[in-house]
Design a protein. Structure first.
Length: 250
């Protein structure tokens, strides 16, 4: 991925990692379009960060995705990078029948959303001289957090989907990158002040350094996430699972 000259669409970039990455990519020289559901928030972002473009999109709605894709095809015909950032993370007690609502909502946003985005934008990306799809999984795709079972499952599915997508696009000019964040200090699950979460700016700096120095990378792995990412291969899976489970065990 060329971070200095790409035209990048990031749905789900109105806060947290998404917005931070959008601003870092813009500062590096790329053209960036932020997508989100709330018009007033998009207007605020555009006003506070001149040069950032915005588009309204609800990634749980196929009609909204199609409309955003058509809009961006007209306004940004050089669009050559998609970052499927939109996601939610909610605790769920599987002993409670109400947890099904959380599960279904999480799957709609975290799994169906990225799949629909790739389906809608891939034809345009394939038409570019070079292009990038960046998916966003999690360290929890590799060792789960007991408090968020469906979130973990969707991120594991995103990892698997990314692997298959990369193989299917081997003969194309579209690069597939999986961004694998650790727990990061954002409002996701109220982690903005968490001592065990990585400071957001540190995470973004390391991500940008990796994108700059490893432009052909298949995964972007900051050092903090390797504790989870490599746990099974290094024979530490049960130990890491126990540590994560102890933080939230009832």
């Amino acid at each position: 991925m060329n971070i200095t000259s790409s035209t990048v669409f990031i749905p789900g970039a109105t806060s947290g990692i998404g917005l931070g990455l959008a601003l870092r990519l813009q500062a590096a020289g790329s053209t960036v379009i932020v997508g989100g559901r709330r018009t007033e928030l998009l207007q605020q972002i555009a006003a506070e960060h001149p040069g950032i473009d915005t588009v309204e999109i609800d990634t749980t709605d196929p009609v909204s995705i199609a409309a955003a894709q058509a809009d961006l095809a007209r306004r940004h015909p050089a669009l050559d990078a998609l970052v499927t950032m939109a996601g939610i993370m909610e605790p769920e007690d599987l002993r409670d029948p109400a947890s099904l609502d959380v599960a279904e909502r999480t799957i709609a946003v975290n799994l169906l959303g990225p799949i629909r985005l790739v389906n809608a934008f891939l034809p345009g990306l394939l038409a570019q001289p070079t292009a990038t799809v960046m998916t966003v999984s999690s360290g929890l795709a590799y060792v789960p957090l007991a408090a968020t079972p469906t979130y973990n499952a969707t991120k594991a599915a995103i990892h698997s989907f990314s692997e298959s997508l990369r193989v299917q696009l081997t003969k194309s000019k579209v690069q597939v990158i999986e961004l694998v964040p650790p727990a990061t200090r954002t409002t996701l699950m109220g982690q903005q002040n968490s001592d065990v979460a990585m400071p957001l700016e540190e995470f973004l700096t390391e991500v940008m350094d990796l994108l700059r120095t490893q432009p052909d990378a298949e995964q972007i792995l900051v050092e903090r996430v390797k504790w989870q990412r490599n746990a099974e291969a290094e024979g530490r899976y049960q130990d890491v699972l126990n540590v994560l489970s102890a933080r939230y065990r009832d």
